[in-house]
Structures are given as C-alpha cells and as structure tokens.
Design a protein around this ligand. Structure first.
Ligand code: C5P
Length: 258
C-alpha cells in the first residue's frame, strides 16, 4: 500500500485533465440594432468577411477547441451553414449550427443543448467580438483546466463609472447616486470559459435576465475568476466600433506582410 497522500479533490470535473475537450458556443442571433439598419450584426462584413466568420476562426485558432457551435438567428440557420461552408476553416475543428432564441441567454442555452457528450470545457464567445487574439482564448481555457469553474477575460476601466437613477425619457438629466471605486471594477469580455456541468446547471437554475454567462455562475454561489483581457477583444456594438475593427484588421494585414 502506498503512503502517498491522496491528491486534493478537484474543484471541477474539467480540472487537471489535460485531455479535457473544449467546445465553443458562439451566440450570433442578435439583430444588432445599435449598429444601424442592415443585416443581422454577425453577418455584416469586416474586411470583406462576415464578422461571424472572424469570430469562428478566432475560436478555431486555439488548438484546444475541437468543436464550434454557432447559434444563428432563429430563421437564419441555413444561411449561416452555407456561410461556414463557403469560408476556409481549420480541418481539425468540427462545426454545428443551431437556431437561436429571443434573448442572448436563450441563444446560449440552445447552443449548450446541442453540445454532444465528451466536451468538459465550454467557451461562450460573442460573435460581436470578432478579433479576440488566440492567446486570450488559450489563457481562458488554461484557467478552467487549472480548476476554476468559470473564467472571464477582464480589463481595467479607463472611464470613471457613475451609478444613476435612470430617467424615464432618454437624454433627460439623470441624478448620480454613487461613484464606485474604479480600481475595483473590470470590464469583462468573451470568450468566457466554464466547466461544462457548472454552466449547464447555471442555465437550468438562474431565471433572471443577465448580460453574461459568468454572472449566472456567480448566482450559484461559485467563484468566477478573471484572466487578463485584450483591447482587441472589444465588442462591435456601434458604427464607430466597425471603424476600429477595420483599422485593427488593416494593422494585422500590414504586420503579416512583413
Ligand atoms: O446584444 P449584445 O451585444 O449583448 O449581444 C451579444 C451577443 O449575443 C451577440 O453576438 C449577439 O449576436 C448574441 N445574441 C444572440 N441571441 C439574441 C441576442 C443576442 O445570440 N437573441
């Protein structure tokens, strides 16, 4: 009999398994109203290629990701399937397309429901963050493998943030009620990474409206941790973000050329 002490129990089933397989779910069913009139946001072109294809490639760029599930607009799954077929994507990655729902939360849940067994780590990545670098994706996966049930890429804030009493009419002055200490705040990005069982439980349990998946895990009472985010993982929301995204792509092309 060995005197070796037993290893401490893993905080989540995905931890410690260097072989744990990773899938990425990309919610891409939003209409992107804030970007102005036109096609659904994920299907708009950046550098001549749909934003969604950039986001899919960003996930598939990680050697750890072996499946990407794209959640398409509810009536747009066939169109998204043809889009994936029409663009070069890595052979080592599998792709699935499922129709999405009314809210981001519902869309992510539909993507999770479509995941086959055998994937212990799940990334959730907004199609609206097409330019996230692969190092950020890998850092998130690594932190889940190291035992965190939920991981978010995060950046310090440049702006001071005020809490207000929202006005009934947009544009009217709003009373400021608090100024949170900026040094304690972070802006979080995607991909957010999860132990799969934890994320599934969060989606089955939490019914409140949320704007990211990690907050559902927080509501289960579990600790979510951050890893450093990246300025190129910004969300394309408003027209000016398209200008910035085009500039980042142009800079990448220039750097690749040398
Ligand atoms: O609206 P917001 O910018 O928070 O959307 C973030 C991501 O969630 C986008 O990639 C969008 O396509 C997706 N989404 C979705 N289903 C919805 C609404 C948003 O997949 N019903």
């Amino acid at each position: 009999m060995s005197d070796d002490p037993l290893p401490p129990p893993s905080p989540n089933p995905a931890s410690g398994r260097t072989t744990a397989r990773t899938a990425a779910v990309i919610p891409a069913a939003g209409r992107g109203v804030r970007l102005g009139p036109g096609a659904p946001k994920a299907l708009r072109a950046l550098g001549g290629t749909p934003m969604l294809i950039h986001a899919v490639r960003a996930m598939a760029a990680s050697r750890a990701v072996s499946l990407v599930v794209v959640v398409a607009p509810p009536d747009g799954a066939p169109e998204v399937k043809s889009l994936l077929d029409a663009h070069a994507l890595p052979d080592r990655t599998d792709f699935l397309v499922v129709p999405g729902g009314e809210s981001r939360q519902e869309s992510v849940k539909l993507g999770l429901d479509a995941l086959p067994p055998g994937y212990d780590i799940v990334l959730v990545h907004d199609a609206a963050r097409p330019l996230v670098p692969v190092d950020t994706v890998d850092a998130v996966i690594e932190a889940v493998r190291d035992g965190a049930p939920a991981v978010v890429p995060a950046l310090p804030l440049a702006d001071t943030v005020k809490q207000v009493e929202p006005a009934d009419v947009p544009g009217e002055p709003e009373p400021v009620v608090a100024t949170p200490d900026r040094s304690l705040l972070r802006a979080v990005q995607t991909p957010q990474g999860f132990d799969r069982a934890t994320l599934v439980r969060a989606h089955e349990t939490v019914e409140d409206d949320v704007t990211d998946d990690a907050s559902m895990v927080e509501q289960l009472g579990l600790t979510v941790v951050t890893v450093p985010g990246h300025e190129e993982a910004f969300k394309v929301t408003r027209p000016l973000d398209m200008v910035l995204a085009e500039a980042v792509l142009a800079r990448r092309r220039l750097n690749d050329g040398f």
